[in-house]
Write a protein that binds this ligand. Structure first.
Ligand code: FES
Ligand code: CO
Length: 340
């Protein structure tokens, strides 16, 4: 079983508002995970009861404990079983009766889960916590693609003029100027990249906008758009949960420091449109796993950021998509390959 750095990364699994009183099943790197909330916060376990393997997400939260639907074993947030109804009361609860606990945090209106024993630091998004900035959550968008392909699409400058023509770009202004990519404070960051945008954020204001892209970790990236002579800032943070080899869920946080009293809906609709313009392209890309061997595809100078991203993944030892496959899936993929 191969586990890589993605195991120790934080994955956004759902909007915080989606997690109410009932436990909820989510999927991270091929693992079924149950998340639940009690007065102490949010918690994540492997979605499997040690008694007979039922999904704990079918159960309920009662007095802060997660109660299995099958024989009502109760687990506290540390994963310890605190009650086994079928056990005569003079017998102790076996120490082995535990749930597998994962790391879980609520941040930026999302629930984040880390499966690994040595979690990386959860990303920081200062705009999301600063007064004078308004953040809305868009998505989740379901995508049949691997997370690095999705992140790479998000940080790709040269597609804006074609996939998003008339909105985020203009085919007559397709040249990408040379820009700088640096690695600062554990993240990739570009210099300002000017892009001509007919309709930068759906407000039908045309003109040049400067993009600064940052890749915060292998599955989270952001950009900020600013325009010379204006104090307006528009940022999108994209966080991808790779649910399994073939399926990802994408959350996008849109932050603006202007029109704070205006409705959010047009921004969300605009973003939905943009996202679905990208979807067909991203789902069509082969190979599904981002090729980290730089000889495998062709690169231009304008691809400097995506080249740096691939190099970084390679340095981190992330063989993209090498999440453990269960046996059934391995066989399925093998069969698929042999049918060709
Ligand atoms: Fe969970 Fe029996 S399977 S209590
Ligand atoms: Co796009």
């Amino acid at each position: 079983m191969q586990q890589d750095r993605l195991w120790n990364e934080w994955h956004p699994v759902c909007k915080a508002e989606e997690l109410g009183d009932d436990p909820k099943q989510v999927q991270v790197l091929g693992e079924r995970v149950v998340i639940f909330r009690n007065e102490k916060g949010v918690h994540a376990f492997k979605d499997l009861c040690i008694h007979r393997g039922a999904a704990l997400s079918l159960g309920k939260v009662v007095d802060g404990k997660l109660v299995c639907a099958y024989h009502a074993w109760e687990y506290d947030e540390q994963g310890a079983c605190t009650k086994i109804p079928a056990l005569p009361c003079d017998r102790p609860i076996p120490k082995k009766a535990r749930a597998v606990v994962y790391h879980c945090e609520e941040y930026l209106g999302l629930i984040w889960v880390c499966l690994g024993d040595e979690p990386e630091e959860l990303i920081k998004y200062p705009e999301g916590e600063t007064e004078g900035y308004r953040t809305i959550v868009c998505g989740p968008y379901e995508v049949k693609a691997n997370a690095p392909r999705i992140i790479e699409n998000f940080i790709d400058v040269a597609h804006l003029m074609f996939v998003h023509e008339g909105m985020l770009g203009d085919a007559d202004h397709a040249e990408v100027v040379d820009y700088q990519v640096d690695f600062v404070d554990g993240r990739l960051i570009t210099s300002k990249i000017p892009v001509y945008q007919p309709n930068a954020d759906g407000r039908s204001k045309g003109g040049y906008t400067d993009y600064v892209y940052e890749v915060l970790c292998p599955t989270v990236a952001r950009f900020t758009k600013t325009t010379e002579g204006s104090d307006e800032e528009f940022t999108i943070l994209t966080a991808v949960n790779q649910e399994d080899h073939e399926q990802s869920r994408v959350f996008m946080l849109l932050t603006r420091n202007y029109e704070l009293d205006q409705p959010d809906e047009p921004y969300r609709e605009f973003q939905d449109t943009i996202f679905y313009q990208d979807l067909d392209v991203v789902e069509s890309q082969k190979p599904e796993l981002l090729p980290l061997d730089l000889q495998a595809e062709m690169h231009l100078k304008s691809d400097a950021l995506t080249i740096a991203y691939r190099r970084w993944l390679s340095e981190l030892g992330i063989e993209t998509g090498t999440i453990p496959l269960d046996e059934e899936k391995q066989n399925r993929l093998k069969n698929k390959a042999s049918v060709k």
